[in-house]
Ligand binder design. Structure first.
Ligand code: E4P
Length: 266
């Protein structure tokens, strides 16, 4: 059970990393744009840029802005001492590969965050094949189907959007529960293969054990698009490994009127 900070604000990163409750950070183009807006910088999100088919100058300007966003995320990573998920603002193949290469260079601090599209999957495969392994956070997931695809790609994180699902009267927690079940059964299956390999090689006898299989897990569920402390509780209860939440909700988690009263009276 881990809490991530869903923010691109340097000041929030500084504040919450003091308390030992932040185990990771997620950003997106909107959060980057808000944070850059506050410090008077422009971001790729403001121009809705598509690298493909553009002039050389335009390409280098978007690359420049991408690297500013990457540097900003690295700064947050250093402040929090955790990895930061970063997302490109255009989703054509060329843009994702370009952005992914920058993330790859800084893979000790960053995680590539992409939506479940043909272009993203192709770009991730290209990067992994030609540069090397890169952690991926599959974002904008609204269904079990999309999570199944993420598991095929071998992503580290599947982000299920709680608030946006509830906005259209779908139950995000049922989706989290089902995806959790699928991940666990995949781990058992993988452990089963490993187990029979070990037995065949007569090195060690062991039985299928769920707790051991769980140690071999490699895909984690992130509950994202969190709007309330109820979302945090329900997400963890349904099996989310991680909940990524705005600073406002972390503050809410600290609060209870009886704590305030007791602090004043005890
Ligand atoms: C995190 O990874 C997501 O980008 C974020 O939680 C989205 O939140 P929203 O649905 O409020 O935009």
């Amino acid at each position: 059970m881990k809490l991530f900070l869903d923010s691109a604000e340097i000041e929030e990163a500084k504040l919450f990393s003091k308390f030992g409750v932040i185990k990771g950070v997620t950003t997106n183009p909107k959060l980057m744009s808000d944070s850059f807006g506050k410090i008077g910088k422009q971001t790729t999100n403001q121009s809705n840029y598509d690298i493909s088919g553009t002039s050389k100058d335009a390409k280098s300007s978007v690359e420049e802005r991408y690297s500013e966003e990457i540097n900003h995320a690295i700064e947050i990573s250093k402040i929090t001492g955790t990895k930061v998920s970063v997302q490109p603002s255009s989703y054509d193949y060329e843009s994702i590969v370009g952005f992914g290469k920058l993330v790859f260079k800084n893979r000790n601090n960053l995680i590539l965050k992409v939506p479940p599209t043909f272009e993203s999957f192709e770009a991730v495969r290209y990067i992994r094949k030609n540069l090397g392994f890169i952690d991926v956070n599959l974002t904008l997931c609204f269904s079990v189907n999309q999570a199944i695809l993420g598991m095929q790609l071998g992503v580290q994180y599947i982000s299920i959007f709680v608030g946006r699902l509830e906005d259209q009267n779908e139950n995000p927690f049922e989706i989290i529960e089902t995806v959790k079940c699928l991940i666990e059964s995949q781990q058992l299956e993988e452990y089963g293969y490993m187990n029979s390999y070990i037995s065949e090689n007569k090195e060690q006898e062991c039985s299928l054990d769920k707790s051991i299989a769980l140690e071999h897990k490699n895909t984690e569920i992130i509950a994202a698009s969190i709007r309330s402390s109820r979302h945090v509780r329900e997400s963890f209860k349904s099996g989310a490994d991680i909940v990524t939440t705005p600073g406002k909700i972390i503050r809410e988690l600290f609060n209870h009127n009886l704590t305030d009263k007791a602090i004043k009276s005890i």
